[in-house]
Every structure is written in C-alpha cells, then in structure tokens.
Write a protein that binds this ligand. Structure first.
Ligand code: HPA
Ligand code: ZN
Length: 324
C-alpha cells in the first residue's frame, strides 16, 4: 500500500510555504544573511519543535522564518518544496504564503512574491510540477493591515489565484475580515480561509465563512460535522475541505481520522494535505500513509481523495480534466 500511495498522482491544496522551511535550509539562509541562530545544530533545532497547540506552533513558525530576507531566499524555499513535491508525485499544488509575516519585519512584498513566482515558473519547466500561489492574511493582525496587503498585491494579481486567512484564530473570527474578503472577491480572487480544528467556536466560524463571506472552500473544516445543516450546504455547493491529518495530531488529541472518514462517507470533497511539513515531519505522502493506516483505506478511496483535490483545485476545467 505504501508503494501505491507513493506512486499516486497527487494534488496538494493546503501547504504553507514558510512551513516547508527545513532546518538545513534555515542554517544555510542564516549563514548567507549573517544571522545568528539560537541552535548549534540541525538536531538541536529539530528537538526544539515541541508544540502541542496552534499558538505554540505559531511562535516557532514565525521565529523560524526570520532568516528569509532576499528574493533568492524565497526562491530557494519554494524550489526546495517543489523538488520534494516532484519526488512525491505531486502534480499540482496551491501554495499559501504569508506576506505580512515578512512585510511586518521590513521585507518588501515584491521581494517575497518575485522569489516565489520565479521558483514556480522554474519548477513547472524543469520538474513538471504546476503550482499557484494563495496569499494569506494573518488574522491576529488588524483588518486594515489585511486590506493594505490586498491593495499591495493588486499589481501582482495575475500571479495570485486567491486569498486565504491563517494564524491565530482565537478571538479572530471570519467576520473580522468580511470587508477585506468582499473587496478580494471584487478584484477577482477566489476565497478560502482556515477554520482550525482546535477551536471552541469552530462551527460558528465555519458558518460565517460559508454564509456571511461566501468562501469557495475551507482549510481544515472537519468541525463542520458539529452542524448537520452546514454539512448539507457544503454538499449542495460541492465545496471542498483541505484536511491535514498529521497537523491535526499536533494541535488536538488526534488526526481527526474518524471525522475525515465520516466526511468521505457523506460524499464531502475532503482532501489530504501536509500544512507545515518541515515542522510536522510529514509531507503529503506521509499524511496519506498515516490516514490509510488508521482508517484502512482501500486503493479506490485513496484515489478518490486525490480526485477530490483535483476537482476542487482552482484550475480551469480543461486543465483539471487533464489530471483526472
Ligand atoms: N493554522 C493557522 N495558521 C497557520 C497554520 C495553521 O495550520 N500553518 C501556518 N499558519
Ligand atoms: Zn494551514
């Protein structure tokens, strides 16, 4: 079964490029930029990855990305992920990036996006992996900063498929960004947002995302099972959920495999993704293997998960059909 999963053509839709920064590259970028790291070795750095909640993860995640400074840094970051993706037979990826995590520490927006974009173009030409960018707003910053970031992105609109919302969800509901999302839609962006698995008010957040904001899909979103009415809306609209089993295991007590199983049985377009693979020590293949092992998924069900992903991908119909 592992060989079957390894060989399966894949589509990854929930992947934070800053979450693919492996310790080895962190050391390399720190050296290049003349920065000191608080760890002597790669092993020491990995040993410090001890998070048990979204907020403890985010602290390490934001600290880690401070080594990213220049256009070649962002190029190398994305190229490293796309090389790994090619090895795992990922044929298409939609990649989140967090511009505010960089502009807030003085790295210009255009440095970030030009580096990422150049890697995407090179990866398509050299590795045959297609990818698009999704710009995420940080929900623990003010909505006005998200709006300013949206405006800053407009000259690069052709390089960005849509917008997302990530970072600390507690106290930062979807409704906070309703105006930003409305403007993003008017500008032609497709819409997604995180509705994390460890939230007390998860179902209400999902309701706001779907009914008040009208997102095209939801990142995570397993908690939709708490409200049968929302499950029906998602089914009726054919909306997709981008689930991340191993990530779930870090921020809750489990991979939420039973919930994922239930959603699959209901016919919801669930997908399996890696989220922040450098920190959770698992890329998409390892996530599929872990879920298969827990749920005893058969080959047909594994193929269905990837079909779901290509089906909900933000690609023109013709291109999707070429993958399906
Ligand atoms: N949730 C919220 N914010 C994030 C995540 C996540 O899983 N990964 C990177 N930023
Ligand atoms: Zn995520």
């Amino acid at each position: 079964m592992k060989d079957f999963i390894a060989g399966l053509p894949k589509c990854e839709l929930h992947l934070h490029i800053e979450g693919t920064l492996e310790p080895e590259l962190k050391f390399e970028l720190a050296r290049r930029n003349g920065l000191e790291l608080p760890y002597a070795t790669v092993e020491e750095m990995r040993a410090a990855y001890t998070f048990d909640s979204l907020s403890s993860f985010l602290t390490i995640y934001y600290e880690g990305m401070k080594v990213l400074r220049t256009e070649p840094d962002f190029y190398d970051l994305a190229m490293a992920y796309l090389g790994k993706a090619a090895e795992q037979n990922v044929r298409y990826a939609e990649i989140f990036f967090d511009p505010q995590a960089h502009t807030s520490r003085g790295v210009p927006f255009d440095v970030v996006i030009r580096g990422l974009r150049r890697a995407l173009m090179d990866a398509q030409a050299r590795l045959g992996v297609r990818a698009q960018l999704i710009m995420c707003f940080l929900r623990d910053f003010q909505a006005e900063y998200a709006m300013a970031t949206l405006m800053e992105s407009l000259p690069y609109k052709e390089w960005i498929a849509g917008v997302g919302l990530d970072s600390d969800e507690r106290g930062n509901p979807p409704s906070k960004f309703a105006t930003v999302y409305e403007r993003a839609r008017q500008e032609g962006y497709l819409l997604t947002m995180h509705c994390d698995v460890d939230q007390d008010d998860a179902a209400e957040h999902i309701r706001q995302a779907i009914e008040d904001i009208g997102v095209d899909r939801i990142d995570h979103g397993v908690n939709i099972l708490e409200d049968q009415r929302l499950v029906e809306v998602v089914l009726a609209r054919g909306m997709g959920l981008t689930c991340c089993p191993i990530s779930n295991g870090y921020v809750t007590d489990s991979m939420q495999a039973e919930g994922i199983r239930k959603l699959m049985d209901l016919g919801v377009r669930v997908t399996v993704n890696s989220d922040d693979p450098a920190y959770f020590a698992a890329y998409v293949t390892e996530n599929l293997i872990a879920l298969q092992d827990t749920l005893q998924l058969n080959e047909h069900e594994l193929v269905q998960l990837e079909r779901n992903a290509f089906e909900i991908a933000w690609l023109p119909r013709q291109l999707k059909d070429a993958y399906l």
